[in-house]
Ligand binder design. Structure first.
Ligand code: ZN
Ligand code: ZN
Length: 397
């Protein structure tokens, strides 16, 4: 690991590493940029870091939570003269139409990726009760732009119309962009996690941070490009490029979801896109589970420039027997999306073996080193919901 880092990172090539994993640093070398690529001088960064006090996980958690309170408006016309009202807790899953339908005493289950919870749960992502006022929210829009932009989703029954389909993707896209920006900032907190550690551990952590940063910067580049196309459509009120497949259900789903994804593998286990290819812009789509006047709906929505990847995924779903589709939707929502909320009475009523299997799904693709099982969306035999498909509507061109 040490050798790979020193050979691949331009910043580290400036440093001579000897066979005992110590860094040569004499005289004026202390004023050179640090090997970790932080941009700081070595003497201000990793000099004698192994002797420093180890940081507490609880302080790191507080710092990360602080980042998540960052307030901004992501509307394309955002600015002092166009924005109005405070930056609000913008819901990505509809509060009244969806969350309140599955809530028990105003609460739903959500997977908690909070550092403190992960520590207490020994690294397991476990569902935790959250109030529906907070669930699925982020500080990404001012009051005026949140209401005006998403009124077609909040104030009108979900069909979806072309405009609703576009917004169903735009909203989780904005959440993803906001979350990725905060994650990138949190890497600066993670960088400090090697204080009081051996030099080898320092190299290991800084290599991890470097790889994470590379992936996040590439994702952000793609997300900004995709968002700019959606922004242009919204400003022009031109929804012609919206595409969707809506699987209508006879009941409101026990899981509500607003997710954004780069389609990766089909429901047959065939690879759609290589997510490790940092040069190619990846195609993207959204997935929503929501309630409707008739019951519920699962909507796969995308823009025409993501036709190929999205169609490949959706076609593999539609090839399944109709009775198997609801269970495939559960596998999809739990494997791919953190922004999924569970009806407490449903989750609590599951067998422990089913809960364990779902928790395993929640861990799918977490972290940069997790080897993916390409078959993760294939039928696992579990039948955890009683939903029936009553219709499939689509707009594919
Ligand atoms: Zn450093
Ligand atoms: Zn605004």
């Amino acid at each position: 690991m040490l050798t790979a880092m020193c050979g691949s990172c331009p910043a580290t090539e400036r440093w001579a590493l000897d066979g005992t994993h110590t860094v040569s640093m004499k005289g004026r070398d202390r004023n050179k940029p640090c090997w970790c690529d932080s941009g700081l001088k070595y003497k201000k960064c990793h000099l004698e870091r192994e002797l420093q006090e180890r940081p507490s996980i609880w302080n790191a958690r507080k710092d990360v939570q602080g980042l998540q309170r960052f307030k901004t408006c992501l509307h394309p016309e955002a600015g002092p003269s166009a924005c109005s009202g405070p930056i609000v807790r913008a819901h990505t899953v509809r509060r009244a139409a969806d969350l309140s339908v599955i809530a028990r005493k105003g609460h739903v289950y959500q997977t908690s990726a909070d550092l403190g919870d992960l520590h207490l749960n020994k690294g397991r992502l476990l569902p935790k009760l959250v109030g529906i006022n907070e669930a699925s929210t982020f500080f990404g829009f001012c009051s005026k732009h949140d209401s005006a932009t998403f009124a077609p989703l909040e104030a009108t029954a979900l069909v979806p119309t072309d405009e609703q389909a576009l917004l169903l993707t735009y909203r989780p896209l904005c959440l993803e962009l906001y979350a990725k920006e905060r994650q990138l900032e949190s890497l600066e907190i993670a960088r400090q996690g090697d204080k009081g550690r051996s030099l080898e551990e320092q190299f290991g952590l800084q290599e991890y941070v470097l790889l994470m940063r590379l992936g996040m910067e590439t994702s952000l580049r793609d997300l900004r490009r995709h968002k700019s196309r959606f922004d242009a459509d919204l400003l022009a009120r031109d929804f012609a490029e919206a595409r969707y497949v809506a699987v209508e259900l006879d009941v409101p789903p026990d899981l509500m979801c607003s997710g954004f994804v780069q389609p990766h593998y089909t429901f047959d286990g065939e690879r759609i896109q290589d997510l490790s290819d940092l040069k190619t812009e990846l195609q993207v789509m959204s997935f929503s589970l929501a309630s409707t006047a008739k019951g519920g709906v699962a909507v796969f929505a995308w823009r025409s420039d993501s036709d190929a990847a999205s169609s490949e995924l959706v076609d593999s779903l539609l090839r399944l027997e109709v009775v198997d589709i609801p269970h495939a939707l559960v596998r999809y929502a739990t494997s791919e999306f953190e922004n999924t909320y569970y009806r407490p009475d449903w989750w609590d009523g599951l067998q422990q073996t089913d809960k364990d299997a779902l928790v395993d799904r929640l861990h799918h693709g977490v972290g940069p080193d997790i080897a993916l099982n390409p078959s993760y969306l294939k039928d696992d035999g579990r039948r955890l919901v009683r939903w029936n498909v009553i219709n499939v509507s689509q707009k594919r061109c």
